[in-house]
Design a protein around this ligand. Structure first.
Ligand code: UD1
Ligand code: CA
Length: 451
């Protein structure tokens, strides 16, 4: 089939500079969700009608297979499909999708296409408790005879609860003739796609319908409020899927997955955690409350305590992170590493069972196994122009409040005394300390206030 996705509207009711098609739902633009459903059908071609903010929308989806058609003036959904007409292959039917109906399922679309067959016009409809804003399906003797928009509806029509989801399958040559006959003689002075129905009826073409498996598939996003409501739906579905696969969620209403979250067995996730990008969590991992994890991999048995921020990090098996730890891109922690409160790690490898338990900055460092990094330790990796590496070999003990001015190396088994500012390499096995000698002045008196 041909697939047309309508995404030219400016989304007036969003009150935003961002084109509506790019507003994120569960971390992915609305258009991205629709494209996923479209691609799952392996169509002959996908044509996207763009307009408002089109350059931005096209830049986001550089796939050369997509055909972009510009609708210069947004004169309605029918006018939008008309722009795509020259690109529609006559020998297969055309499926029309709305860029702002993101959760549509490809299985539902297959059923709609099945209902249309080669010769009928198929409309996706559903019944809503509150149909406000949607086009209403008008039937006579059970058959669809037209669709009336909210703004054009009589009181009796407005009371109908069967709505148009905005998704159609039509025989392509007939669709082209129906589009050519549309007029803008209506309340909004737009060329309504929905008027293809009266044209089909006039031509004696059967108009059939299918309903989605779930109502949320057909919900459109026209306002921030509808976007937020759909986000909740999406998150509820994801939480259900996680629990169905055995993940323990303290509260399924308080988790947000804005990407792909893969979990092993016996994973538990406490409240208010956010997962972005691709997150892989191994068996028996537990994630404390209020963590944000983006593009991270966590191996089996690791414990992430509350209030951690992990981005682009790899956490080894059995590691303990947090509370209040920050792992930045390139943080690569081996098995049994401990990273405690207010420790930041960036672009650094930390070896087996090494610990940084409190208040430290580890950036551009290679740390061996069984190293103890004392409280207040800082790798001074940046000289204002370039970044330099700090190398700390196995079994090193770094005393509290140490600064390692990179590039610098600490040899195997070395000890750095507390307060050291290390500017040259520290030899292995020795104590290195840079510290002013401690003095005590006998008989020293505190100053007294002059009268
Ligand atoms: C439309 C339908 C309504 C249906 C609802 C389902 C019409 C006239 N109305 O109303 O029956 O219940 O969808 O969600 O079709 N667009 C363009 N170019 C335009 C106008 C719109 O590409 O000139 C695109 C929009 O970007 C959007 C889609 O078409 O993705 C629907 O447009 P929108 O203005 O949101 O229509 P609704 O009022 O929701
Ligand atoms: Ca809409």
């Amino acid at each position: 089939m041909n697939i047309v996705i309508l995404a030219a509207g400016m989304g007036k009711r969003m009150f935003s500079d961002l084109p509506k098609a790019l507003h994120p739902l569960a971390g992915k633009p609305l258009l991205g969700h629709v494209l996923d459903a479209a691609r799952a059908l392996a169509p002959e071609r996908i044509i996207i009608v763009h307009g408002h903010g089109g350059e931005q929308v096209m830049a986001r989806y550089p796939d050369p297979e997509l055909i972009w058609v510009r609708q210069v003036l947004q004169r309605g959904t029918g006018h939008a499909v008309l722009q795509a007409a020259p690109y529609l292959k006559d020998t297969c039917p055309t499926l029309i999708l709305c860029g702002d109906v993101p959760l549509i399922d490809s299985a539902t679309l297959r059923r709609l296409a099945g209902a249309a067959g080669e010769h009928a016009l198929a409309v996706l409809t559903t019944r809503l408790d509150d149909p406000t804003g949607y086009g209403r399906i008008v039937r006579e003797a059970g058959c669809i005879v037209r669709i009336v928009e909210q703004k054009d509806a009589s009181a009796a029509e407005a009371a109908l609860d069967e709505i148009n989801a905005g998704i159609f399958v039509a025989p392509t040559p007939a669709l082209k003739t129906w589009l050519a006959r549309l007029t803008d003689d209506n309340a909004q002075h737009e060329y309504y796609l929905t008027d293809i129905v009266v044209n089909a009826v006039r031509d004696g073409v059967p108009v059939v319908s299918a309903m989605p498996a779930a109502t949320w598939e057909t919900l459109g996003v026209n306002s921030k409020s509808q976007l937020a409501a759909l986000e909740r739906t999406c998150q509820r579905l994801r939480a259900e899927a996680l629990m169905a696969a055995g993940v323990s969620l303290t509260d399924p209403a308080r988790i947000d997955v804005r990407g792909v979250l893969r979990c092993g067995r016996d994973v538990s996730i406490d409240i208010n955690c956010v997962f972005e990008g691709e997150v892989d969590i191994g068996d028996r991992v537990s994630i404390g409350a209020h963590c944000v994890l983006r593009n991270v991999r966590i191996a089996a048995g690791a414990v992430i305590q509350p209030f951690c921020h992990l981005d682009g990090a790899v956490v080894g098996a059995g590691a303990q992170i947090g509370p209040y730890a920050r792992l930045r891109p390139g943080a690569n922690l081996a098995q049994d590493v401990h990273i405690g409160n207010f420790v930041e790690v960036k672009n650094s490898d930390i070896g087996l069972a090494s610990k940084a338990s409190h208040l430290a900055y580890i950036g551009d460092a290679s740390i061996g196994a069984r190293v103890n990094v004392g409280a207040g330790t800082i790798t001074c990796n940046y000289d204002g122009v370039n970044k330099h590496r700090t190398i700390i070999e196995d079994d090193v003990f770094i005393g509290s409040d140490t600064q390692l001015v990179a590039p610098v190396r600490v040899g195997k088994g070395a000890t750095l005394g507390a307060g050291t500012t290390l500017t040259r390499d520290a030899p292995e096995g020795q104590l290195t300390v840079s510290r002013a000698k401690q003095v005590s002045i006998a008989g020293w008196k505190r100053p007294v206030r002059k009268s």
